[in-house]
Design a protein around this ligand. Structure first.
Ligand SMILES: Cc1ncc(COP(=O)(O)O)c(C=O)c1O
Length: 362
């Protein structure tokens, strides 16, 4: 059972609320930075763009990976002077011509549009390599997906780049999967580097696993960092851009049990808030890990499996199904863990017009 730190527990009365444990984030980011020394460390802002989070991460990073003009403007305003790489499929004209340190080109069509603008740019070609990917939660490569380009597309880009000098090819980018453990991700890095030819810069993407069934477990950054150093060679920059595994752990979403009800034999705890605040369990079809804080006073249940649901009028508004709980009362606080990545920022906040959660930083 995961237990929120005392500083998070102390904010229970504010539920529904997000609490970001910035002290924990700082410690975690520092240890990741140390473990992968020798590689450049970027943060994939899409995981959580909260300004306080970006500011805590910044001193531990070499830069930020953004995927839209919105994220770009946000990072520029929040962390002035930071190095920025811009990626993502379907770039608008404004995104293609934005002044960034690296532009990750997704297709020959995108490169043609970039060349037609006449601007100078430093680019990486995003490759979708035909590499078998096992054990991933999501795959963005290794087959027919809209992400990056296959070897034929890369050859087309190389031909387009040859007769000109304004758009400079710096290397390749390959974010092929997410949810991989250190051994699998190191194996994928090895396979990508086998395809890297003589490119001096290789961005290996993110995709480090976060376990929602074992929230105390951590991606093995030390062995991954060691593997990256073994794969490096003088003059080549290896870069990674994790999102989830940097920020998931620092976030807590606190809710309050407002009704305990039995329907056709099943027990439900209805909490304030819902998956319009924390969409992660719906997006990933998992049970969001949680702790019960005994702030209640009302009717109680003991030693029963409980399904935790939110206030939305949809059967999809479920945080966790049939979880055995020793003691639960109305008024108790449910503190959902691992709510610091792909959580608030991917949720459908306005559905049903319930109040937004408050945000706290400890
Ligand atoms: C291009 C790119 N880089 C990095 C990431 C971050 O991945 P993760 O949060 O799994 O580390 C993503 C996530 O989708 C991505 O699309």
């Amino acid at each position: 059972m995961i237990v929120p730190p005392p500083a998070v527990q102390a904010l229970a009365e504010h539920a529904p609320a997000y609490v970001y444990d910035l002290a924990d984030l700082h410690t975690h980011a520092r240890s990741v930075r140390q473990a992968v020394h020798g590689a450049e460390l970027y943060y994939a802002v899409k995981a959580n763009p909260d300004p306080e989070i970006l500011r805590v991460l910044a001193p531990h990073l070499d830069g930020f990976e953004v995927s839209s003009a919105g994220e770009l403007a946000h990072v520029r305003a929040t962390v002035p002077g930071a190095r920025i790489a811009l990626g993502g499929p379907g770039k608008t004209a404004g995104e293609l011509t934005a002044p960034v340190d690296r532009l990750h080109v997704e297709s020959p069509g995108e490169l043609r549009r970039l060349l037609a603008t006449g601007i100078t740019a430093d680019i990486l070609l995003r490759l979708n390599l035909d590499i078998p990917i096992g054990g991933a939660a999501l795959t963005m490569g290794g087959g027919a997906t809209p992400f990056g380009m296959d070897p034929a597309g890369a050859q087309e880009c190389a031909d387009l780049l040859k007769p000109q000098h304004r758009v400079r090819l710096r290397g390749i980018h390959a974010h092929l999967a997410s949810g991989l453990d250190a051994a699998d991700l190191a194996g994928l890095a090895r396979a990508v580097l086998d395809h890297a030819g003589d490119h001096d810069e290789v961005n290996l993407g993110g995709g480090m696993n976060v376990s929602y069934t074992d929230p105390g477990a951590r991606f093995d950054w030390t062995s991954y960092g060691t593997a990256l150093r073994a794969l490096g060679r003088p003059g080549r920059t290896l870069r990674i851009e994790p999102g989830r595994a940097l920020t998931a752990y620092c976030g807590w979403y606190l809710t309050r049990v407002i009704d305990l009800k039995r329907v056709h034999g099943a027990l439900f705890a209805v909490v304030t808030g819902g998956t319009h605040h924390l969409r992660t369990p719906v997006a990933k079809s998992h049970d969001q890990p949680f702790a019960v804080l005994p702030t209640g006073h009302g009717p109680a249940i003991t030693d029963e499996p409980v399904t935790i649901v939110g206030q939305l009028c949809t059967p999809k508004d479920v945080f966790a199904r049939q979880i055995p709980i020793n003691h639960l009362q109305t008024g108790d606080t449910i503190a959902f863990a691992l709510a610091g990545a792909y959580a608030w920022n991917i949720s459908h906040h306005d559905f049903l017009m319930h109040p937004k959660p408050t945000f706290h930083y400890v």
